[in-house]
Write a protein that binds this ligand. Structure first.
Ligand code: UDP
Length: 562
């Protein structure tokens, strides 16, 4: 069946159920954004023209909202608890619905069981039963619940699951045996999924799929109006919880010399003691009022926590400049409580790396807060800087629809992955060394261009410098690492074509392979396809990296990916 775009979201609101504070928050958001989604659907429909889109049957099981996993969020919605997750789930539901797919939403174990066809009273069904869904979107909590209650069919159908995973899961942490042997075990488990089945809030590592969310969009008239109405000396502090203000007196004091400081910190009856008296605290605001506040403000300022939420994007979309602190040394699971035990080794160089790297100046200023002069100079410069409201395409409704459309139509983890594992015979890989002899390109007339997605001809392969990860190596060349291309490179022939002098070639399980080890002139190939990883580095190795181009403002998709 062909999927048909939808612009009326009232049936979706019914599907979302009711009762919980978190659902109320999500439904309000969906309602408020209806017109924006409808317009985006129209535009994407035009862009895609006659492209066929399969209608999928989709289950969305929001594990963290189930009583069985403790539902710790709902009671905190009114107290400034993590709303980012709810923003994202609301937007995922809207996108799937607007794209025209068949949708079921569950927020309890009972509903999950009845949708999966597990007989009531039985813990799990021992037989493999047909699954009435093509796709299941869930989170780590939901994954655990499905494993417990689907019996054998979990294994059979797990390729249909997509895990919404805010901070991401790197391949080394996902592979059970490897994680256990090499110290990558975490509380989140090792599910042996295809790493692309994990979907993140920001494009952290291309090993996972970037899901994202949307921010409210402005039309030209609104943009002009907002630019005219800015109070050049008004600052809003990022963070709804009082704890983030602790120990920040020095910065607040400096900022207060120049600007009127506003906060949206949750409080019960009194001003939280962490928030100084010169700050105008509005308490936690309903989302539309928070947007209004951002429209008036000149500066949105972060004090290091929370990490990587939606609010800075909303602030920039509403014409604020975002000022944040640089982390030196970077924060990671090795040195910071928040990231400890998370299945990633990513190093976070500022409070909001996406804002820093994908948006940057003049919208985003990342400075060393330990240096009071640098901090003060930034504030003064910001007050003199004019900016337009800005929202990257990938965070617009159209951008999110486009991306999810592409994933749904092209990502299939139920088929065995590509070619060229060591041992398998690929007589000749279809590359040539580029004319400037720096990297490999897909040969123009290669007869065996396989029907891969992303299309294999967008591949550019580089040998990284020692100690450099493939994520960074590709970025160095204005490209993005594409893990699904690793199989094409995992051969002696690829090293040969790059003129790497391998004395010998071995095949092992290691998330840094394929790679070349300089001391022994040894070339290593990857034995386990699940361990292909863009992330990861070691000074011992020069990694062989598959990169591809990407659309401007839509890093998840290559030029020829739609
Ligand atoms: N937000 C809100 N009221 C406020 C402050 C923030 O509704 O007073 C919303 C904001 O619009 C954003 C969401 O809370 O979409 C999440 O914000 P944040 O970036 O702080 O992420 P979190 O840490 O909650 O995941």
């Amino acid at each position: 069946v062909q999927a048909v775009f939808r612009s009326n979201l009232s049936h979706l609101l019914d599907l979302m159920g009711s009762g919980k504070e978190s659902l109320i928050f999500m439904k309000k958001r969906t309602k408020r954004l209806t017109a924006q989604w409808a317009l985006a659907a129209q535009r994407l429909a035009q862009k895609l023209g006659a492209t066929w889109r399969d209608q999928k049957q989709i289950l969305v099981h929001i594990g963290f909202l189930t009583e069985e996993s403790g539902d710790v969020f709902s009671p905190r919605v009114l107290k400034g608890g993590p709303l980012g997750e709810m923003v994202q789930w609301a937007d995922i539901l809207a996108a799937l619905y607007v794209l025209g797919h068949g949708l079921r939403v569950t927020v309890s174990l009972k509903e999950l069981q009845s949708n999966l066809g597990v007989p009531p009273g039985r813990g799990s069904c021992p037989l493999t039963m047909p699954l009435p869904f093509d796709l299941i979107y869930t989170d780590y909590h939901g994954l655990q619940q499905m494993k417990q209650h689907m019996g054998l069919s979990f294994k059979k159908y797990r390729c249909r699951i997509r895990v919404i995973d805010t901070f991401g899961t790197e391949p080394a942490y996902n592979h059970e045996e490897y994680a256990t042997l090499h110290g990558y075990r975490t509380n989140w488990g090792y599910w042996n999924l295809n790493p692309k089945q994990f979907m993140t809030m920001f494009p952290h590592t291309p090993d996972n799929s970037f899901m994202g969310f949307v921010s409210e969009e402005l039309n030209e008239t609104e943009k002009q109006l907002i630019k005219g109405g800015k109070a050049s000396n008004m600052a809003v502090v990022y963070g709804k919880e009082a704890s983030i203000w602790k120990g920040k007196e020095k910065f607040l004091g400096i900022l207060n010399k120049y600007m009127e400081i506003h906060g949206t910190v949750y409080y019960e009856s009194q001003r939280p003691p962490e928030v100084p008296a010169f700050v105008k605290n509005h308490g936690l605001l309903p989302q539309p009022e928070f947007q209004q506040l951002l429209r008036k403000a000149k500066l949105f300022i972060g004090f290091g926590f929370p990490y990587e939420g939606p609010a800075p994007l909303e602030a920039i979309a509403n014409g604020c400049i975002f000022l944040q602190s640089r982390f030196s040394p970077p924060h990671s699971s090795l040195n910071h409580e928040f990231f400890r035990g998370k299945p990633t080794s990513r190093e976070v160089f500022s409070q909001h790396p996406y804002a820093e790297n994908f948006i940057g100046k003049p919208h985003v200023w990342t400075v060393d807060y330990n240096n009071s002069e640098e901090f003060e100079a930034a504030i003064k410069a910001i007050m003199r800087t004019q900016v337009d409201p800005y929202l990257p395409y990938e965070y617009t409704c159209e951008g999110m629809l486009e991306r999810i459309h592409a994933y749904i139509q092209h990502q299939d983890f139920c088929v065995a992955p590509g070619p060229a594992l060591p041992g398998a015979h690929t007589p000749q890989s279809p590359f040539v060394l580029a004319p400037n002899a720096t990297h490999l390109e897909w040969a123009q007339n290669a007869s065996l261009a396989p029907a891969a997605w992303p299309p294999a001809h967008s591949l550019r392969a580089w040998l990284a410098t020692p100690g450099r990860a493939c994520t960074d190596t590709c970025l160095d060349h204005g490209l993005i690492c594409e893990p699904s291309f690793f199989p094409f490179l995992n051969s002696q022939d690829a090293f040969l074509k790059l003129q790497v002098p391998c004395d010998s070639t071995e095949s092992e399980m290691n998330h840094l392979y394929p790679a070349f080890a300089q001391p022994g002139q040894e070339c290593y190939l990857q034995k386990e396809p699940l361990l292909f990883s863009c992330a990861g580095s070691n000074t011992k190795y020069r990694r062989l990296c598959p990169c591809r181009d990407f659309r401007k403002g839509q890093v998840a998709l290559c030029q020829g990916c739609l």
